[in-house]
Structures are given as structure tokens and as C-alpha cells.
Design a protein around this ligand. Structure first.
Ligand code: HEC
Ligand code: HEC
Length: 406
């Protein structure tokens, strides 16, 4: 045990988490004869809080996690249209806060390369379920672009949030080889109203976890908040809203401390630890060199450093995310949807840390293996993909082993 306080904090977090996530009968471990049970190992796991949190911060993490796993009901404001009943219902592999095979559907209409989000028909996000069959959404017949987006993991997002806009901008301005450009996603942050550098979502559509949480509460579950005070009109039809929207808006209300579910869930994501990296084997080390030589690191930037933060665990930390957080023209790999700052062919470089925890790969999950994901790279990534294809089978294996360790 290196640091007794860290150890106490970790044990407490584990105890609290276990107590809040298991049925009552399973909460207490069986007492062992001959003294207390051995301490749990300190090896970091997917789903752990950031290392080094204070006890107060750990409590905030646990409170937020409880909201993250809490199912919404019609009485709490679910719907009228929605995609699932809780955050964890989609974000759970390989641990709470992770990804899953669940995808959501986006649609729109493209005419002569101009994208129409079909806003009047409720575009671009399809809500798969409704609290009443009368308000069930359909993909409008005029839609000619339909794209699926897979659930992304949330591990380490507090560290990504803490990377200053200026750091992402400086990296974007560096000259890049292989015809790679990379565009900063300048967006207006919903929570603060400020112009910011977007970094979350496949289209880099949000800059802060609070904005993403409020967006997800509304768009995935139909829960309104102070940031999004109006329920979604099913397929754009506001006339039916009053019939099926019985809970007063905003449905997420703040308590005496000034926090609502959106704030607590944002806090949980902010304090959720980074994916645990594996020690690099000799083969993985060789793969790391090949990764840079092939030009992968031009977009999958190995690391950034966070700015100053009042949370010590987020303050001036190295973030080995393997992403530049920029939008790239990915050619045929683009999803065809224009959203926020991103055009139809533009996608944000996804972080590669924790890759081994994902059940499948690329924005729509079309790749069952990492090898397939690399082979589907196109547009600005065509040159790097070409270099990957030139590697010998043994070198490809080394590169894949490196990616598996992140
Ligand atoms: C129906 C399934 C579903 C539910 C429910 C859901 N999500 Fe997601 N989540 C997704 C998908 C799909 C994406 C990728 C969306 C995109 O970028 O278009 C995503 C992306 C995210 C991201 C961006 C991650 C990144 O690295 O860029 C955050 C943050 C997030 N979700 C938080 C939440 C929170 C908080 C909740 C609950 C309030 C929630 N999600 C509920 C499916 C879901
Ligand atoms: C031009 C920038 C760029 C370059 C260069 C690049 N990538 Fe990517 N990479 C992306 C983008 C953007 C995506 C997401 C594309 C999508 O899903 O639509 C991606 C996705 C991935 C994924 C899937 C991640 C996931 O979570 O599904 C892997 C793995 C990956 N890249 C590895 C590599 C490797 C290995 C190389 C070098 C041979 C490479 N990339 C070069 C931009 C790039």
C-alpha cells in the first residue's frame, strides 16, 4: 500500500458504490473468520473514480452515479418520445459509464450536396419509443440520409473537458503531413452561452459535460431542464404535446444546493476515471513506433495536458487520449449528417484510449474489429490507411496490440 489515505478513499468509494448498485441482500460481504477481509487490489478498473479524489469529491461521484443509473418514469417526465429510460441503459460496457452496442438514428435530406435537417419534421434525431402509440415517431419519407451512431464510452471525460480551448487550437495550427487538415469545432456552449471548442460527440457538438448531460436528458429520455425547457414535439408536431406532456417543465428541478440531475450526472462524468491502460509489451512498443510512422498520431494525438482546475485530480494532468479533438473530412466514412460545426463528411477523431472496452468500432459500429476500423479510414486519413495496408502481418499485429493496451 503506497498511500494510506488514497487507500481509505478507494475502499470507501468501492463500499459506497457497491451499496448503491446491488440488491439489499447482496450488500454485505460474508464476514471472514480471523479478522477483516483482505483489502481490494489497487489496480485501476474501468468505471473507477479518478485517482486521488477527496472524500467530498467521492461523495459527489457516488451521488451523480446514482442519478446516472436511475430509470426515469412517465411520472418523472419520461417522453413523450425517448430512446431509453436511463443513461446507464446505453452506457454500461464494460462498466457503468461505458459504451454498448446500442445505436441511435439520425436522418435528414441531402439535395445537390446541401443538407436539410428536416427540422419541421423533428429531425435530425429519431426517438425510437414513445409513452403513447399516438405520438410514435417515424423517419419522414422525404429523408434520404439515414445514419446510425453508436454509444461512446464516458471514461476520463472530465480530463478531456479540462483541456483548455487554447491547447486544442495551438495543436490545430501546426503544419500537418499527408494532406491532413483538421478543423476546430467552434460551437456555442448551451450551459454558459459562450463560444467554445467542441470536443464531445461524434461531431464534436458539445464542449462541456453539463451541456451534454442536459442534451442527453432531453434527447434520449425526454426530460426537460433549465437548459432545454421544452419537450420534444414528436416529428415536429407541437399540437400533440399538450396531450402527452403532463409533467410541468422543467422536469429536472434543482434542489436546495442549486443542483439538478443534469448537474449531478455531469459531476459523475467529470470525476469518472480514465480507461486503465495496460503495460506495453515488447510487441506493443514496436506497434507504438509503427503507429507514429504510419501517420496515425497526426490525428490521434497521443496526449494533451489539462489546465488549472479546482479539482486536484484534474489539475495539470497528462491526458493520453489519442485524439486531436478536431473534425476531419473522412470522405466515404462520413455519416452524411451536418450537425453543429461539422459538415456531412466531417467526423471528430475519437479518442483511442480504452479502445479494448468497446464492443464494436466506428461511428455506426460497422467494424467488428480494430483492423476493419482502420481499413475503413478514407478522406484525410487515406494516406495513413495506405501505410497501414503496407505493413507486414506481424507489424499489423504489433500495431493492434499497441491499440489494445491503451
Ligand atoms: C439511447 C441510448 C443513450 C442514452 C439513453 C444516453 N446516451 Fe449518451 N450517447 C449515446 C450515443 C449514441 C452517443 C454518441 C452520440 C453522438 O455523438 O451523436 C452518446 C454520447 C454521449 C456523450 C459524449 C461522449 C464523448 O466522448 O464524446 C456523453 C457525454 C453522453 N453520451 C452522456 C450521456 C448521459 C449523461 C446520459 C443520460 C442523461 C446519456 N448519455 C444517455 C447513447 C445514449
Ligand atoms: C485524418 C485523421 C485520422 C488519421 C490520420 C487516422 N485516423 Fe483513425 N479515426 C479518425 C476519425 C475521424 C475516426 C472516426 C471515423 C468514423 O467513425 O466515422 C477514426 C477512427 C479510428 C478508430 C475507431 C475508433 C472507435 O472508437 O471506433 C481506430 C481504431 C482508428 N481510428 C485507428 C487509426 C489508426 C491505427 C490510424 C493510422 C493507420 C488512424 N486511425 C489514422 C481520424 C483519423
Amino acid at each position: 500500500m503506497k498511500h494510506p489515505l488514497l487507500f481509505v478513499a478507494r475502499s470507501l468509494a468501492v463500499a459506497l458504490l457497491v451499496a448503491s448498485s446491488l440488491p439489499a441482500s447482496a450488500q454485505l460481504p460474508a464476514p471472514r473468520r480471523g479478522g477483516p477481509p483482505p483489502p481490494p487490489p489497487l489496480v485501476p478498473q474501468f468505471g473507477d473514480p479518478l485517482p486521488g479524489l477527496s472524500l467530498t469529491e467521492l461523495q459527489v461521484f457516488v451521488d451523480g452515479r446514482n442519478d446516472f443509473v436511475q430509470p426515469e418514469t412517465i411520472a418523472s417526465g419520461l417522453g413523450p418520445v425517448f430512446n431509453n429510460v436511463s443513461c446507464v441503459a446505453c452506457h454500461h460496457e464494460p462498466a457503468v459509464g461505458g459504451s454498448s452496442r446500442i445505436t441511435v438514428t439520425r436522418y435528414g435530406r441531402s439535395v445537390n450536396g446541401v443538407f436539410d435537417p428536416l427540422t419541421a419534421k423533428g429531425g435530425t434525431l429519431l426517438h425510437q419509443f414513445s409513452i403513447n402509440p399516438a405520438v410514435r415517431e417515424v423517419i419522414p419519407p422525404e429523408a434520404n440520409v439515414i445514419a446510425h451512431r453508436r454509444t461512446t464510452p464516458l471514461f476520463g471525460l472530465g480530463l478531456i473537458e479540462a483541456i483548455p480551448d487554447s491547447v486544442i487550437r495551438q495543436n490545430a495550427q501546426l503544419a500537418k503531413p499527408d494532406g491532413v487538415k483538421g478543423k476546430i469545432a467552434t460551437i456555442t456552449d448551451v450551459a454558459s452561452g459562450q463560444p467554445r471548442v467542441g470536443r464531445f460527440g461524434w461531431k464534436a457538438q458539445h464542449a462541456t459535460l453539463l451541456s451534454f448531460a442536459a442534451d442527453a436528458y432531453l434527447n434520449e429520455m425526454g426530460i426537460t431542464s433549465r437548459f432545454f425547457p421544452h419537450d420534444i414535439a414528436p416529428n415536429g408536431n407541437t399540437n400533440v404535446l399538450h396531450l402527452f406532456d403532463t409533467v410541468a417543465d422543467p422536469e429536472d428541478v434543482v434542489d436546495a444546493t442549486g443542483k439538478g440531475d443534469v448537474d449531478r450526472v455531469a459531476d459523475f462524468m467529470r470525476l469518472l476515471g480514465a480507461p486503465p491502460a495496460l503495460a506495453l509489451t515488447a510487441a506493443a512498443q514496436a506497434g507504438q513506433t509503427l503507429f507514429s510512422q504510419a501517420g496515425c498520431a497526426v490525428c490521434h494525438t497521443p496526449s494533451f495536458t489539462t489546465g488549472t482546475s479546482p479539482v486536484a485530480a484534474l489539475n495539470n494532468k497528462t491526458v493520453p487520449l489519442y485524439s486531436d479533438l478536431l473534425l476531419h473530412d473522412m470522405g466515404t466514412l462520413g455519416d452524411g449528417i451536418a450537425q453543429s460545426a461539422a459538415g456531412p463528411r466531417e467526423m471528430k477523431t475519437p479518442p483511442l484510449w480504452g479502445l479494448r472496452g468497446n464492443p464494436f468500432f466506428l461511428h455506426d459500429g460497422r467494424a467488428e474489429t480494430v483492423d476493419q476500423a482502420i481499413r475503413a479510414h478514407d478522406g484525410e486519413a487515406a494516406v495513413a490507411k495506405g501505410r497501414y495496408l503496407q505493413l507486414t502481418p506481424a507489424q499489423k499485429q504489433q500495431l493492434l496490440e499497441f491499440l489494445h493496451s491503451l
